[in-house]
Design a protein around this ligand. Structure first.
Ligand code: GDP
Length: 141
């Protein structure tokens, strides 16, 4: 039997502000993910810096934090077989220029920074990121 896996997804401020949240939720469901939990929020600086702590010190960190705090986001806990890799496939490459046709970042991303969506990149980061936004009762099967 194949094991279900969980990942954290974010519909970023650009995509929410541009009215693409509904289309992205449809893509999520069409790709076979179960939405375990979903939350709309407007991150403050401290919350955004904490989430992107691994990028602290990089040249784009300040700009990334500013972008991620500019408006509402939608945070989702997603579940399916091979969820982490599958969600990254549905999102497409970080830079929309390199993203495959039909992916979220190709469809809705404007630049390497304003790229419409986030996804965890490994099981350990998925655990950390899911706990960052959701409590255990939100994530019950
Ligand atoms: P991801 O896992 O595909 O989201 O990519 P990363 O973990 O490398 O980067 C996190 C986020 O930082 C990306 O989704 C972009 O929003 C932003 N980012 C990554 N690389 C760059 C860059 O070179 N310049 C800028 N301005 N933003 C970047």
């Amino acid at each position: 039997m194949t094991q279900n896996e969980r990942t954290l997804a974010i519909i970023k401020p650009d995509a929410v502000a541009d009215g693409h949240a509904g289309a992205i939720l449809t893509l999520i469901e069409k790709a076979g993910f179960k939405i375990l939990a979903m939350r709309m929020m407007h991150l403050n600086r401290q919350q955004a810096e904490g989430f992107y702590d691994v990028h602290r010190g990089k040249p784009f960190f300040e700009s990334l934090v500013k972008f991620m705090t500019e408006g509402r986001i939608i945070v989702l806990a997603l579940e399916r077989e091979n969820a982490i890799l599958k969600w990254r496939e549905v999102m497409g490459a970080t830079n929309p220029v390199n993203a495959a046709e039909g992916t979220i970042r190709k469809l809705y991303g404007a630049s390497i920074e304003r790229n419409a969506a986030h996804g965890s990149d490994a099981p350990e980061t998925a655990d950390y990121e899911l706990r960052y936004f959701f409590s255990s009762v939100d994530l019950l099967p």
